[in-house]
Design a protein around this ligand. Sequence first.
Ligand code: HEC
Length: 156
Amino acid sequence: MNQNVKKILFGCILIFLMIQLIRPARNIDYGQLPSSDISKVYQIPEKIQSILRNSCYDCHSNSTDYPVYSYIQPLSFYLENHIQKGKKELNFNEWGHYSDRKQANKLESILNQIQQKKMPLPSYIYLHHGAKLSEKQIEEMASWIGRIQAENGKAK
Ligand code: HEC
């Protein structure tokens, strides 16, 4: 092998090893499910509950179920960035602290995101095939959201 190629290769390996030392804080909450969790705010059917847990909570809650590859940089950066951004926009664990108006907006937004297949993020589905929502699950989510919207409408 050419001397320069060897040097570059060695440099790359070194950089790869060095970045492994960077360990971002993990999004893990060892406590119980908080009382502000969406499941404590509404009666959520088991089916819907498992869709949310399975496909959304990794990025939209205070506790991520980290896969093995997530410990490898630069994947770890990439993932952590999605978690921080996702949580900021929508945190199912904090639902109870949202105002009525914010809850209504987020419900509408959830419906749009899943119907347009923007959520869960495609890059996430690529690694978690099980997180992809089937047409049936999208319909189930839509009718559940519709029910809550109808109830809230009546309450006002
Ligand atoms: C891999 C991480 C990840 C997963 C899994 C994920 N999201 Fe997101 N979500 C994000 C990120 C990041 C954003 C911020 C906007 C963006 O970058 O697209 C976001 C934004 C959103 C928004 C927009 C919030 C707003 O106020 O407009 C909604 C709604 C949403 N996600 C719903 C969901 C639902 C429902 C699921 C599960 C079916 C889900 N997401 C799964 C990462 C994720």
